[in-house]
Design a protein around this ligand. Structure first.
Ligand SMILES: Cc1cc2nc3c(=O)[nH]c(=O)nc-3n(C[C@H](O)[C@H](O)[C@H](O)COP(=O)(O)OP(=O)(O)OC[C@H]3O[C@@H](n4cnc5c(N)ncnc54)[C@H](O)[C@@H]3O)c2cc1C
Length: 403
């Protein structure tokens, strides 16, 4: 089986899964992987968890054998695309011709006003994680210093959790009424936020970082409500933007947020020559009947499998994403399965135990649309079994109450 020369932009989970998938499916043609990150391909979820805490050495985050794709890798950023002549231009000046192109170039963190500045960190790459870890080590060893985490999303929350486990004082600044309230709704987000305050994080909501103070080392932040906070280090966890600036003017359709517009087959052009997967892709979801961009690991894995099938197979297969995201915080596990719909009914079941443990069903009458579980793996399994089944919400809540 040979789909010609496949060039993949981005050698993280989406790109490597496409490359592995093509080989496993029998593609014998050449594959080229393009990525400026000099480290061998690695996975990102451990960067804010085991790597940041020091529990893992960096090699444990490797995506497969580091030597496996070495010969096919170009350590360079893609800098331009000509989809008519099927040429990818590299920032190093070279060009790669392709028969099929896969865009798996992910996203880059948004900066805070006033960045870059010493002591202010973003967390996207292995190098970022090791640099922040070294800083947390110094703060923990000194037994002094205060960390401000701007943004209470999953990455910000995991950084706060890791810093607290090292005894470092943390203030989290969140623009929404509670961290993740846009995703989970205010009531549930407020309950989840108690994990932070239970663990000694000072949580300031409804305000955001407008500027940084101190030069060249950061000494603090100023907030939109006029508050000033002193800080020895600041982490910007204020979201990401698809890494697609280099595609401007290429003729590929980009959405307002910079995502690559794709059909339900993860294809970005009518001929199905160019595909996009993972954080960068805004694919049409046939059931939701709209285009959706998802910044979670399982989505990149699933879309990579769909792209492989659609590169090699004659019959296109559509991607249908079931949202699933996990997060490790304060020694426990949070999981969200399904998509909490605005206006859905919410049923909360709390369990006894030494740590905060609860589950939330989002449902429309008897239909379960999503479930959030906090430190309760059995509740997650029960919810996953009932998702989308008739009477699934009642079954799930009954199962939770009997656990
Ligand atoms: C710290 C952290 C923790 C996370 N934890 C979780 C978690 O617990 N659960 C979860 O579901 N998700 C988590 N995520 C999200 C998850 O890691 C991403 O959804 C996933 O990595 C997306 O994979 P991707 O291959 O689409 O993009 P990315 O992982 O962003 O990889 C894109 C690659 O493209 C490269 N690239 C960018 N621009 C160019 C260019 N112009 N030319 C060539 N290459 C380029 C980049 O260097 C990068 O290697 C986490 C993310 C981070 C940063």
């Amino acid at each position: 089986m040979n789909a010609g020369r496949v060039v993949i932009v981005g050698a993280s989970v989406g790109g490597i899964r496409v490359a592995d998938g093509l080989r496993q499916a029998g593609h014998t043609g050449p594959i080229a992987l393009v990525d400026p990150d000099p480290d061998a391909p690695y996975d990102r979820p451990p960067l804010s968890k085991q790597i940041l805490s020091g529990a893992w050495s960096p090699d444990r985050a490797s995506l497969g054998d580091p030597a496996q794709w070495q010969a096919e890798r170009h350590i360079a950023a893609a800098a331009g695309l000509d989809p008519v002549d099927r040429v990818l231009r590299l920032e190093t000046g070279g060009e790669l011709h392709y028969d099929r192109l896969v865009l798996a170039c992910g996203a880059t963190p948004r900066a805070l006003p006033g960045m870059p500045r010493r002591g202010v960190y973003t967390l996207r790459t292995l190098a970022d994680s090791l640099e922040l870890r070294a800083r947390l080590d110094r703060m923990a060893d000194a037994g002094a210093g205060h960390l401000v985490v701007a943004g209470g999303g999953f990455v910000g929350a995991e950084v706060a959790s890791t810093a607290r486990s090292r005894g470092i004082g943390v203030t989290m600044v969140e623009a929404q009424p509670a961290p993740l309230s846009g995703l989970l709704g205010e009531e549930v987000a407020a309950e989840l936020a108690l994990l932070h305050t239970d663990n000694g994080v000072r949580l300031l909501c409804g305000t955001s970082v407008t500027s940084l103070t101190g030069e060249p080392d950061v000494t603090g932040v100023e907030l939109s409500d006029g508050t000033t906070l002193s800080a020895d280090a600041v982490v910007a966890g204020v979201g990401v933007r698809p890494a697609t600036d280099w595609l401007a003017g290429s003729g590929l359709a980009l959405t307002d947020d910079g995502g690559v517009l794709c059909d339900e087959f993860c294809a970005a052009d009518a001929e199905r020559t160019v595909f996009a997967v993972g954080d960068v892709a805004r694919c049409r979801d046939p059931l939701l009947d709209r285009h959706v961009r998802v910044e979670h690991w399982t989505n990149a894995v699933e879309q990579a499998a769909v792209a492989v099938r659609n590169i090699l197979g004659p019959q296109p297969v559509a991607h249908r994403h079931e949202l699933f995201v996990w997060s490790d915080q304060y020694g426990g596990k949070i999981a969200l399965t399904g998509r909490p719909e605005p206006g859905a009914e919410v049923t909360v079941v709390r369990a006894d135990g030494p740590r905060r443990r609860f589950a939330v069903a989002y449902h429309r009458g008897p239909v379960l649309c999503a479930a959030l579980t906090v430190n309760w793996p059995k509740a997650l399994m029960a919810a996953r079994r009932s998702m989308g089944t008739p009477g699934g919400a009642d079954d799930t809540v009954a199962a939770w109450k009997s656990l």
